[in-house]
Design a protein around this ligand. Structure first.
Ligand code: ADP
Ligand code: MG
Length: 729
């Protein structure tokens, strides 16, 4: 066995769990202890400053400079009491990571002492030297200033010795360079539109918040094995590897017990998350070996997004301490389930009514129905944009590949609600309704809570499923920033609700009674959006055929999917809701392409290197052993005997040669294709060529490597195998 592989396996199998002590106090006593939340603000701020921040959080009002100084000073005192010595603006640039630039609270003063260096100005705005973050050409390099600005709606927190201040990240001219800016704008848009629609049902509603509860899937791999696999450590996934004889076919991992090493890691992640106010609640094994999931209780969407980003950072750090690496890649192992993120999405009024949950009164059921139908219509009308919002190279391996959810956007609402919508379609006539018809429908609508009680047939194959009191968007990639999907969904919904209001008001103007007007518009939407509703198996070929007949898009290529950002419809949608301008959309499209192209390029280089410098030499070594063996046999055996005994070996020698030749040829061709693609300045063309002409080689070359893995002596195979990577001892 190669020294590297032997050492890695030896280390991995001899690791002891690193025990984590449970805090001696109740969870409630340390929950949020590292967060500058309202309770801490009350303690550290004057009443005036506190009221000012709360107004900024609840109503989006501006914090004035004088008050900002007070807030900064209070925040600093609190942070220092938590052991912080530095502060940073914490933001979410478009490369998917989070960024921070640490500044010391103290600056050496001339007299040799220290002066405190954190004030309102530094809290509110900063100019990080951030020219290397992707901007899709919005900032060219000599105008490389980007600004971060405080987002008071997400509380500051302390990690280690650093106070982190959640901020947006915009260009000098105000264009969004991050996820948070458009997310906040989309939340604003949906708030406005939904609050107006709520007025039909309840005049007391003054605000509508979006709630998001994410579920995060991930893989763990031992640190030594990770280091011994350059493909995993450089690209986040295996670019080669024959399937393990046993992986998930017994389905024994899902309900299996969690290995102690992993349990200790999870415990530490939970404790640290709770301290940061992330309400982590569930954890369990997932379908694949070494795959796990965690989920918090849902929160207001902006906070939930920050918390997901924070959790991913935290997990990566804590994993290292436990000698693991955490993989958020959507498909780290071929033939084994990939990882996703489920975004559970709902809307909540200022009166604490979940708009996607039926209520006790017929009126609130009517309201529920209104929001349900509008959601279905929003997804129907913007399916391609919503698909684009989760398009990435990693996610390409899941969506529409061997594994669902498919790349077709469809909505599952369950049998009973389907019947309900069918009833409405049948009973609401386009003419004036009779009192009897109205009474009957009211009765039906009143029964919704009961029918939902037995709405248990939860369809796990739908990318967008109604699950009782929320929609669950399951096609999000595990490494994605949740905000991408949320921006598309919120904005689609905001626009849809605005349209709904316009349509209903128009009928009311024509003297149709309010309830009837609402029903008539809903009926129209039910009919218009029918094609996006699908209750069957989303994984089957039948659905792909059926979806094509229905005219639904099924876009599997990232480079194609991203185009939806630039469609006339999207530009109109985003600008009418003031979420993203055309220029900002163009930037996002460019960045999406660039990240895609770079990832394929990196994988292609890594695979080329591994194939030529690791695999081929090993294959030759083994082939030489066989050749020596055959030559020896020839010397000691008669011709007849030799023919019988050496036949298989000769075949293997030939077989190895064929694979070596194929690998060498294909690596050369792949490099040629890269060169051709690189020659293009235009990003769309370059990415298209990478997708079309470079990407296929990755699969092709690996096939030959995986064949060699089966032939060559295990003793000399240089890289840890799937069976070794996939099990934690
Ligand atoms: P499952 O795995 O069965 O889908 P989980 O309990 O693992 O369910 O995850 C459900 C997620 O949905 C949790 O994050 C939970 O907080 C969230 N959730 C529950 N109700 C709502 C709601 N009304 N709006 C948004 N998210 C919700
Ligand atoms: Mg789920």
């Amino acid at each position: 066995m190669s020294i590297l592989r032997f050492k890695a396996l030896d280390e991995a199998s001899n690791r002891e769990p690193i025990m984590v002590e449970l805090p001696s106090v109740k969870t409630s006593e340390y929950f949020g202890q590292n967060v500058f939340n309202r309770k801490k603000m009350q303690e550290y701020l004057s009443k005036e400053a506190y009221d000012n921040v709360v107004a900024a959080i609840d109503r989006g009002s501006k914090v004035d400079r004088r008050i900002a100084n007070q807030i900064a000073s209070g925040m600093k005192s609190w942070a220092i009491s938590r052991g912080a010595s530095h502060y940073t603006h914490w933001f979410q640039p478009l490369n998917g990571a989070t960024a921070e630039k640490h500044e010391a609270f103290f600056e050496p003063a001339e007299d040799g002492g220290v002066i405190e260096n954190f004030n309102g100005e530094l809290l509110v705005q900063q100019e990080p030297d951030a020219s290397s973050f992707p901007s899709g050409g919005i900032r060219n390099t000599f105008e490389a200033r980007g600004y971060t600005a405080w987002d008071p709606s997400s509380p500051a927190f302390v990690i280690g010795k650093t106070l982190c201040i959640p901020t947006i990240f915009v260009s000098y001219t105000g264009e969004a360079l991050d996820f948070k800016t458009p997310l906040l704008r989309s939340l604003n848009a949906i708030d406005k539109a939904a609050t107006e629609v709520c007025q039909y049902f309840d005049k007391n509603v003054t605000k509508v918040n979006v709630n998001l509860g994410w579920e995060q899937e991930y893989f763990l791999v031992d640190e030594s094995l990770y280091n011994a696999r350059p493909d995993i450590s450089l690209t986040g996934r295996t670019l080669m590897g024959h399937p393990s004889a046993k992986d998930q076919q017994l389905e024994d991992n899902y309900f299996g017990s969690i290995p102690e090493r992993v349990a200790q890691f999870m415990r530490e992640v939970e404790i640290e998350s709770l301290k940061l106010g992330i309400p982590l609640k569930t954890r369990h094994n997932e379908v694949a070996p070494n795959q796990f999931e965690c989920a918090p209780v849902f929160e207001e969407a902006n906070l939930a997004v920050d918390h997901n980003q924070l959790l991913m950072d935290l997990m990566a750090k804590i994993a290292r301490k436990h000698h693991f690496r955490v993989l958020f890649h959507e498909k780290p192992y071929k033939g084994v389930n990939g990882s996703g993120k489920h975004n559970n999405w709902s809307m909540m009024t200022s009166t604490k009514k979940n708009l996607l949950s039926p209520g006790r009164t017929p009126k609130s059921n009517f309201q529920f129905l209104t929001f349900l139908v509008n959601t279905v219509k929003a997804v129907h009308d913007n399916a391609e944009l919503i698909r684009a919002s989760i398009a990435s190279y990693g996610n390409e391996h899941r969506l529409g590949a061997n594994e669902a959810p498919p790349a077709i956007m469809s909505v599952f609402i369950g049998e009973k609600l389907t019947q309900m919508l069918d009833e409405i379609e049948k009973k609401v006539s386009t003419k004036k309704m009779t009192p009897d018809e109205k009474a009957e429908l009211k009765l039906d609508i009143g029964k919704i809570p009961e029918i939902l009680l037995d709405n248990t047939d939860r369809n796990r194959t739908s990318p967008f499923a109604f699950t009782g009191n929320r929609f669950e968007f399951r096609a999000v990639g595990s490494s994605d920033n949740c905000a991408g999907a949320m921006i598309a969904l919120n904005t689609s919904m905001a626009k849809q609700l605005k349209q709904f209001k316009t349509d209903v008001d128009e009928l009311i103007r024509k003297k149709v009674k309010k309830d009837e007007a609402i029903l008539k518009v809903l009926r129209r939407y039910i009919v218009d959006s029918k094609s996006v509703r699908f209750e069957g198996n989303g994984y089957g070929q039948e659905w792909i055929d059926e979806a094509a007949r229905r005219g639904l898009a099924n876009i599997t290529e990232t480079t194609e999917a991203l185009k939806a950002f630039l469609s006339k419809k999207s530009i109109e949608l985003f600008s009418s809701c003031h979420v993203l301008s055309e220029r900002e959309l163009e930037a996002r499209y460019e960045i999406g392409l660039e990240i895609f192209e770079k990832k394929v390029q990196i994988e292609s280089r890594v695979l080329g290197d591994l194939a030529v410098n690791h695999i081929v030499p090993t294959a030759i070594k083994y082939q030489n052993i066989l050749i020596e063996n055959v030559l020896g046999l020839k010397q000691i055996l008669s011709n007849n005997e030799f023919g019988v005994v050496a036949g298989k070996q000769l075949q293997t020698i030939k077989n190895i040669s064929e694979n070596i030749t194929a690998i060498k040829d294909k690596v050369s061709s792949m490099i040629e294709e890269r060169k051709k693609a690189n020659a293009h300045e235009n990003m769309a063309e370059k990415a298209r060529l990478y997708s079309l002409n470079v990407k296929p080689y990755l699969e092709d070359i690996r096939t030959h490597i995986d064949r060699l893995e089966l032939i060559i002596d295990d003793e000399i195979w240089p890289l840890p195998k799937y069976r070794e990577l996939l099990f934690i001892r």
